[in-house]
Design a protein around this ligand. Sequence first.
Ligand code: NDP
Length: 290
Amino acid sequence: MISSVSFIGLGGMGWHMASHLPKVCDNVKVWNRNFDKAEQHSRIFGTQAVSLQEAIHVDVIFSCLPTSADIEGLVHDLVLKPGTIWIDCTSGVPESAQKLSMQLAKQGVIYLDAPVSGQTIGAEKGTLTVMVAGDEIAFEKVKPIISAFAELIEYVGESGAGFSVKAINNMLMAVNLWSVAEGLCVLKAKGVQLGAALNCINHSSGRSGISENIFAQRIFSRTFEKTFALDLLQKDIGIAIDLMDQQYLQLQMMQLIHQQFAVVERAKAKEMDFSAVVKVLENTVKLKLC
Ligand code: NDP
């Protein structure tokens, strides 16, 4: 029986994901590197802000940090309780999932890679998609807990498969963002009214989550509201490119998108929402999508 859970990493995603856990478990602990956030979380959502040592002594640990390197740095030297299931919701690297899975198994801990999709709004509403990989019996056991913040929970295979699916999903999102922007640049150059054009596209076969939820809201409005940092998307595209290379595939669309997104240097990309990459295209063609 699962009687205690914890959430490590109360960032843009983790903050909301953890807020749903009290619906499915009475004993929810939270830890964040900047501890003020954990204390604030406990005041708002009725979770318990605890030390890292306390956060890892539970039945189920969730984590959602920027990268696999951050998770590996955190896990290093931790002494965990045998029987614990660690659900890592970071968008990470498949090889790291396999490595952590073997490393934690030595302590009797099961590691599942379980990245999420649906943006911060999906995390807030509890409607995320979760792609889970690793031990299938452990997955079945924790599925009701994950359902606190998810609409779709899919088991996708052996350790690392969740991170692989997530990386390809985000590659597709990047392709989509770039291609919608290119199409709209053509229409803008032709003198077509962009709001009307986007409305047509959003009711036609060219529509997508990106065309429906990002273009009018962040790009036409020029707010570029930051919910998902561009450097995190660059990281995901890099993971997808590594996957492609490991399969000895040379795929032009993926290579091209990798190059386009790499134009913004990482330090600058950390401060920008992913949607602001469209400015790179706008500068190249000397047009503004508004
Ligand atoms: P944020 O940058 O908003 O939050 C990162 C969190 O990780 C913060 O709580 C931060 O703590 C903590 N953290 C960072 N580095 C370390 C470290 N070395 N050790 C311990 N804690 C650390 O990121 P997001 O929430 O946006 O993203 C988290 C993951 O989810 C990423 O892998 C991302 O790709 C993925 N994702 C993001 C989505 C989005 O829309 N934002 C959508 C789907 C997936 P502190 O507060 O102290 O800085």
